[in-house]
Design a protein around this ligand. Structure first.
Ligand SMILES: C[S@@+](CC[C@H](N)C(=O)[O-])C[C@H]1O[C@@H](n2cnc3c(N)ncnc32)[C@H](O)[C@@H]1O
Length: 233
């Protein structure tokens, strides 16, 4: 299961929403601060948010002055719970088949959604056409050392070079995510005209682990990969 099938599944959704409500995930303390640190000032920008979920990042960008935010997600359930803002427009679509007008955005963001997309290279090609020259693409995904193992394991890395789908148990059986190496992620960006601005692998500080002990495991290996890139003019 992946995409809308996964996020509209009632058992998965209940587990995921509880995780987010109780702030037990990585999002609030690690991922969102690291992603925001890579974003350009939003004032006046036309923004596209891919896999927006309940729209927290989209609304934050609108509040930070973005001219407009198109927030896209495949899941009806996630969009039904999304918060409203006059400059955020929600659109239900699978990222894999999304088509948008040429040069219609200045910034494309995505928070923890692109590891569900099989054809990353094709998506980066489309994003390069949606962005205006000099536009930015900033995204986070599960780190490839986490997605690589065929058998999920906290202490063993295997199959790193073998890209493709992986099945995991996450609230439900058979959650499908796609493993890609760091180098092929960066190669796709270069191939489609992007230059790399920053790569980040945030891990919790010791002080953060003292406050939030559930994050301790993430000092062992990086849970997240964040990338910021600019489309060459
Ligand atoms: C881990 S959640 C992150 C949500 C949001 N970005 C956030 O940080 O709160 C992943 C989101 O990606 C969406 N998603 C997964 N695969 C998708 C696809 N192929 N097309 C559109 N949305 C997708 C899911 O519906 C879900 O809302």
């Amino acid at each position: 299961m992946k995409g809308a099938e996964l996020y509209d599944d009632p058992v998965f959704l209940a587990g995921y929403q509880q995780l987010r409500r109780e702030r037990r995930g990585l999002n609030d303390e690690l991922e969102i601060p690291a992603l925001k640190a890579l974003l350009p000032p939003a004032a006046g920008l036309r923004v596209l948010d891919l896999g927006c979920g309940e729209g927290g990042l989209a609304q934050w960008l609108a509040e930070a002055g973005a001219a407009e935010v198109l927030a896209v997600d495949a899941s009806a359930s996630m969009l039904a719970n999304a918060g409203q803002h006059p400059r955020v427009r929600y659109h239900r679509s699978d990222i894999a088949t999304l088509e948008l007008a040429l040069r219609s955005f200045d910034l494309v963001v995505s928070s923890l959604a692109l590891h569900y997309v099989e054809d990353f290279d094709g998506l980066v090609g489309r994003i390069s056409r949606w962005l205006s020259p000099g536009g930015r693409f900033v995204f986070s995904v599960e780190h490839p050392v986490i997605t690589a193992p065929v058998q999920e394991s906290a202490d063993r890395l295997d199959s790193y070079a073998n890209e493709g789908p992986r099945q995991r148990k996450w609230f439900v059986e058979n959650v499908v995510k796609y493993h890609r190496t760091v180098s092929s992620t960066l190669a796709a960006l270069r191939e489609h005209g992007f230059q790399l601005d920053m790569l980040a692998e945030p891990q919790p500080s010791e002080a953060l682990v003292r406050r939030s002990p559930h994050l301790a495991i993430h000092r062992e290996r990086p849970p997240l990969l964040l990338v910021a890139a600019t489309l060459r003019p």
